[in-house]
Design a protein around this ligand. Structure first.
Ligand code: HEM
Length: 397
């Protein structure tokens, strides 16, 4: 086999028209005949010096060497000049190279492609690709399917069973269900939630249902706008969620009748509602599961994604994990709150009025929260809690 340097030099000389004088091989273009005296010694000389060769004819191939796969870039350059595969293999496997930037300021400097990892549901591959597989193969299809199933089930229930109406006639006597403070906390939270849910759905699933109708330009602008709204509504949601939690935690503590309520499904299918205190076991489930448990996960992962946690180093794998956790928890939270919003609006007569005006009719209180109604009637809970009472409201204990 020829020395590579010789081989390259031969290529260079051949290209510049010098091959006839330096190579023993015949050149592609015959040189101009030279005087016999000048050519005679060359013809007599044995083959040697720089040789040209066809790369496909060079045997044995460099790759036949058993140590070929383990060569460093330097070793490879000796047998195959210009072949940088060992270096790129290292880059692809996440090896960190040298960087003069301090680790505290640029923790990922010198590392182009992340190391290999296997996220749940992905293959063992570099982390960026593993994250992409989890997102595209699991989060998007199954998350989207869950939300569609929940919406479909609620639609089936609504069109099959209809709204939950009051059985008795309204008395006109009102009980204060939510104080202005409670309503403000709730609506601040609900508005932030709606902005987050809509923008999140467009960011995750918009390309399937909006892009085809809007086109790239409009969809790009819309998603850019919604992404920024998402980033700003997140902290508002976090703060209002904490306020909502402390505002409603007392009446969401487990109490007598909760298990029975759950076992009977609240009487949703039988049509005979199971008595409950101020909040029934279904509401408590949404409170502890949705507001508290998922709330902590959604808010914590969201604050990481917003880069609002002081002292945390925001490297790519931190963001990938935060994203996957955020996506799972928010989809579950949305599924829960779609049910809550349904019951709080078109699903139950009079529920929305309670959160809008703060007051519910006595009939509503008796039919939906009988123990709470009994306590109000017994004077254990004041029927009017906020001060001063609006003059238009008739309040009877
Ligand atoms: C557009 C969205 C929303 C609507 C229309 C809505 C509606 C309502 C209504 C009507 C009530 C009163 C239920 C009752 O009287 O028992 C209520 C209670 C409540 N809502 Fe919402 N809501 C929405 C979003 C949210 C969100 C996003 C959260 C929290 C993340 C939330 C948390 C609560 C809590 C904690 C209560 C008190 C009852 C309980 O603890 O379960 N709501 N909501």
């Amino acid at each position: 086999m020829q020395r590579p340097s010789r081989f390259l030099a031969a290529l260079f000389l051949a290209a510049s028209g010098w091959s006839a004088t330096v190579s023993a091989q015949p050149a592609a273009t015959p040189p101009t005949p030279a005087p016999a005296a000048a050519t005679a010694p060359a013809a007599a000389a044995p083959a040697g010096g720089i040789q040209s060769a066809n790369i496909f004819e060079v045997k044995p191939e460099a790759s036949a060497d058993p140590k070929y796969a383990g060569q460093t870039n330097g070793e490879r350059a000796k047998v195959q000049p210009g072949n940088n595969a060992p270096m790129w293999r290292q880059v692809g496997s996440g090896v960190t190279g040298y960087s003069s930037l301090p680790k505290s300021e640029a923790p990922e400097a010198g590392n182009l492609i992340q190391p290999f990892v296997q996220y749940p549901g992905s293959l063992l591959t570099n982390a960026g690709e593993a994250w992409r597989q989890v997102r595209n193969n699991w989060l998007i299809p199954y998350g989207g399917a869950l939300l569609l199933i929940v919406v479909g089930a609620i639609a089936l229930f609504y069109f099959g069973k209809g709204r939950i109406n009051l059985h008795g006639a309204e008395t006109g006597r009102k009980i204060e269900r939510f104080t202005p403070f409670e309503r403000s906390a709730h609506w601040a939270n609900a508005i932030a939630f709606c902005i987050l849910a809509i923008s999140g759905i467009v960011m995750a699933f918009g390309k399937f249902f909006l892009l085809p109708v809007m086109g790239l330009t409009l969809f790009g602008w819309l998603t850019y706008l919604l992404k920024n709204m998402h980033n700003f509504a997140g902290p508002l949601f976090a703060v209002s969620l904490v306020i909502v939690f402390f505002t409603f935690v007392r009446d969401n503590m487990p109490s007598r009748g909760d298990i029975g309520w759950l076992l009977k499904g609240g009487g949703l299918l039988s049509g005979k509602e199971v008595p409950s205190h101020r909040f029934n076991a279904g509401e408590k489930l949404v409170f502890w599961g949705g507001v508290f448990f998922l709330g902590i996960i959604v808010v914590a992962s969201g604050l990481v994604l917003d880069k609002l946690i002081p002292g945390l180093i925001y490297v790519r794998d931190t963001m990938q994990v935060a994203h996957m956790v955020h996506a799972v928890a928010t989809v579950l939270m949305m599924a829960m709150f779609i049910g809550h919003i349904y019951i709080g609006t078109i699903g139950m007569q009079g529920a929305y009025d309670g959160m809008k005006t703060g007051y519910v009719d006595e009939t509503w209180a008796r039919e939906h929260h009988e123990y709470w109604y009994d306590d109000v009637k017994a004077g254990k809970i004041p029927a009017q809690r906020s001060e001063p009472a609006p003059p238009s409201q008739t309040v009877q204990a």
